[in-house]
Design a protein around this ligand. Sequence first.
Ligand code: SAM
Length: 286
Amino acid sequence: MSKKVDFSFSFLQGIPHMVSDEELKFLFYLVKNKYTGTGIIADLGCRFGATTLVIFEALKLVKAKQKLIACDTFRWDEECETQLKDHPYKEYFKNNGYLALFRNNLSEFIEDIEIIVDIRNSNIQTSVEFLIVDVMKSEEAAQLVLEKYYRALIPGKSFVYQQDFDHYLTPWVQVISYLHRNYFIVYNDIKNGGGIWFFYKKTIPDELLRIHFQTIPKNVIDNAFRWALKISNKKKHKGIAAAHVMAYIYRKDKNKAFDLWCRYLFQGYELSGEFVDLQRRLEEIK
Ligand SMILES: C[S@@+](CC[C@H](N)C(=O)[O-])C[C@H]1O[C@@H](n2cnc3c(N)ncnc32)[C@H](O)[C@@H]1O
């Protein structure tokens, strides 16, 4: 008799996370139904362990015991102020980071987890079958994910979740995904969530695993964002459009960034949220 699945995910109670219910459910579904054990699972940017726990609960159902990599800085940041504001050990985490909290949340599975503190310390030797990426917060981190983890993906087997696909502060995510478009299939664009799942179909050539974002030609950047808007659902579009502007703000190309910002507002994107922040950033460029 098959085990009943608890889709209320009550095991996550009290664990703050930044993923939607739909993202969690799809992660659970995919691990349960598609994971073969050919390679490991890596959860990059695991924070307090919500996604890590969902993965283990799914693995339990298929009885696939497997080592998992969980990576984060585990360092206190601004968002912890809200996420952990009522936690009795808040002050401890503030001073020491929240690794102890991750360990506690994952205590049932801790022996099967290789914890990596900071992506810079990754030195993986095995193939990666499932890759959850929520760590490309800087160009440097994005580059490390490509060199260490994308290189370890298995053609015809691996899945990659780009959790920041609609995030405006990490434009390299959309650009990298575009440069890799011939090597992946868009597997599932999560409607109520920031990310897109990709299925890895063939080996990415080495030169596409070393990407220097600042020197990518403008026409490639623009094509990348046209593509990103085309493959994603409408709810992601404002963030993606803002990421397009942000790509030029990072380059300090004020004219191009301002031109794009105006163009998107003219197309009907609202002057709120990301677009207000972009305005402030544009004003700060000398
Ligand atoms: C948006 S949060 C992750 C949220 C989590 N995936 C969730 O859905 O609940 C991004 C995470 O990336 C981590 N991070 C940032 N830079 C990192 C680095 N260089 N190495 C490892 N983790 C990093 C942060 O500590 C943070 O927990």
